[in-house]
Design a protein around this ligand. Structure first.
Ligand SMILES: *[C@@H]1O[C@H](CO)[C@@H](O)[C@H](O)[C@H]1NC(C)=O
Ligand SMILES: *[C@@H]1O[C@H](CO)[C@@H](O)[C@H](O)[C@H]1NC(C)=O
Length: 344
C-alpha cells in the first residue's frame, strides 16, 4: 500500500517535472515528519551555495530553534530529573566521517556541536557534561534548557506517580509509584507493550540531503524520550541507527522508539539495500519488516533516498500510528512538499 502511494507520487512528479528518471532529481532534501521549516532552511542553504553538510546542519538546527513538536531542541522531553538533554549526529557520505553528541546538557545547538566533532576532533561521539565542555570550547553558549513548558510536563508527571516511566523489575512497583527504585531479585520477562507516549509528540528530526553531484549527507537531532532515565541515549546519535549516509549508495534516517530501533541499525540496513539496487521505498519497507518480525508493536518509521534522488519512506502500523508524514524538496517542486505513506 505504501509502495502504491509513493508510486503515485512519483508518477505525479514525473508528469510535473522536466528531468530525471522515475521522478527523481537532484539536489533533494528529505526529512522526517511535517517539519516544513527545516526542509525550507536546508533547501535555502543549498541554494545560497552551502554544502550538503551545511544544509543538514542548518535544516536540523532550524528544528532545534523551533523546538519542533517539543521533541527536538531545548525545553522538551524532560528526563526523570526534569532536565532536557539532547542527542544529534551528522554524517558525511563522501568521507564516511560522523560527528555526534549524546546526553548533551546546557547547549541548544546539538547538531552544530556534532559538526564540530567532525571538524575539530578525531573522535566520532562525545557524551554528557564533557560534550558540553567541548561545546563551550567551540564557542557555543552554555544555557539552561529548561522552560516553563518542560517544567510543567515534569511536574504533571511527578503528580501522576511518575507514569509512564522506563523501569521494570524494581521495587517499589514502577507501574504505580515514583522512585528511587531498587532492583528486584527475581527478574521477570514480559512482552513489550506499545509505547503510546511518543506517537503523538513525534520525536526526532532525521534528514538526508543529496547534492547535485551526488554527495549524501544525513543528520538527526532530538531531545530523546520524555521521562527517560538520565543517561539514556537513543538511536539518533548512533551512526547506522539514527541515520546513515554513503555517497556510493544513498542515505536514510529513522524516527520512533529508539530503544528498539537502534538494535537493528535500520538506517545502515536501508542504505545497504539501496546499494544492491533496491528501490528506496522498498528498502525502507524491508527494514521495517525486519524489526516487525522481532518486535511487532514497535513505533517507528524510516526515510530513504538513493544517489539518483529517488526517495521513499515506510512505517510500522500500530494503533494510533497508521500513516507517516515526511517532507521533500527537489527541483521538481517550488516548495517543500509534505508526503504521506500508509504504514505496513
Ligand atoms: C495533582 O493531581 C491531582 C489529581 O490527581 C490534582 O487535583 C492536583 O491539582 C494536581 N496538582 C498539580 C500541581 O498538578
Ligand atoms: C534509485 O531508485 C530508482 C527508483 O527505484 C531507480 O530507478 C534508480 O535506478 C535508483 N538509482 C540507483 C543509483 O540505484
Amino acid at each position: 500500500m505504501a509502495a502504491a502511494v509513493v508510486r503515485i507520487v512519483l508518477i505525479a512528479l514525473q508528469l510535473a517535472g522536466p528531468c530525471g528518471a522515475a521522478g527523481a532529481a537532484l539536489p533533494v532534501v528529505i526529512n522526517t515528519w511535517a517539519f516544513r521549516k527545516a526542509t525550507e532552511t536546508a533547501w535555502r542553504t543549498l541554494q545560497l551555495g552551502g554544502s550538503e553538510l551545511d544544509a543538514v546542519e542548518k535544516g536540523c538546527g532550524q528544528c532545534e530553534i523551533d523546538q519542533c513538536d517539543g521533541s527536538v531542541g531545548y525545553g522538551g522531553s524532560p528526563d526523570e530529573s526534569g532536565e532536557t538533554t539532547l542527542d544529534a549526529m551528522i554524517m558525511n557520505g563522501n568521507t564516511m566521517e560522523v560527528g555526534a553528541v549524546a546526553d548533551l546538557r546546557h547547549v541548544k545547538n546539538a547538531i552544530g556541536v556534532a559538526r564540530k566533532v567532525i571538524e575539530h576532533t578525531k573522535h566520532t561521539l562525545l557524551v554528557g557534561e564533557s560534550a558540553s565542555l567541548f561545546a563551550v570550547r567551540m564557542g557555543f553558549p552554555y544555557e539552561d534548557l529548561t522552560t516553563q513548558r518542560s517544567l510543567s510536563v515534569y511536574s504533571r508527571w511527578l503528580n501522576q506517580s511518575c507514569q509512564p516511566n522506563y523501569w521494570k523489575n524494581v521495587v517499589p512497583d514502577s507501574s504505580k509509584s515514583c522512585g528511587p527504585y531498587k532492583r528486584l531479585e527475581k527478574v521477570s520477562f514480559e512482552e513489550e507493550t506499545i509505547s503510546q507516549r511518543n506517537i503523538h509528540n513525534h520525536d526526532t528530526i532525521g534528514m538526508v540531503v543529496i547534492g547535485k553531484s551526488g554527495t549524501v549527507v544525513s543528520g538527526t537531532s532530538t531531545n530523546g524520550g520524555v521521562h527517560k532515565i538520565p543517561g539514556r541515549v537513543g538511536d539518533s546519535p548512533i551512526a547506522g541507527a539514527g541515520s546513515y549516509a554513503d555517497s556510493t549508495a544513498g542515505g536514510a534516517a529513522a524516527t520512533g522508539d529508539g530503544d528498539t530501533m537502534m538494535r537493528f541499525l535500520p538506517s545502515y540496513q536501508a542504505v545497504e539495500y539501496m546499494r544492491m539496487g533496491t528501490d528506496p521505498t522498498v528498502a525502507c519497507q524491508k527494514v521495517i519488516s525486519r524489526i516487525q518480525q522481532h518486535v511487532p508493536k514497535f513505533f517507528g518509521a524510516v526515510i530513504c533516498a538513493n544517489t539518483t534522488g529517488s526517495y521513499g519512506a515506510a512505517c510500522n502500523k500500530i494503533p494510533g500510528f497508521t500513516q507517516f508524514h515526511f517532507m521533500v524538496f527537489s527541483p521538481l517542486q517550488s516548495q517543500p512538499a509534505e508526503q504521506v505513506v500508509d504504514c505496513i
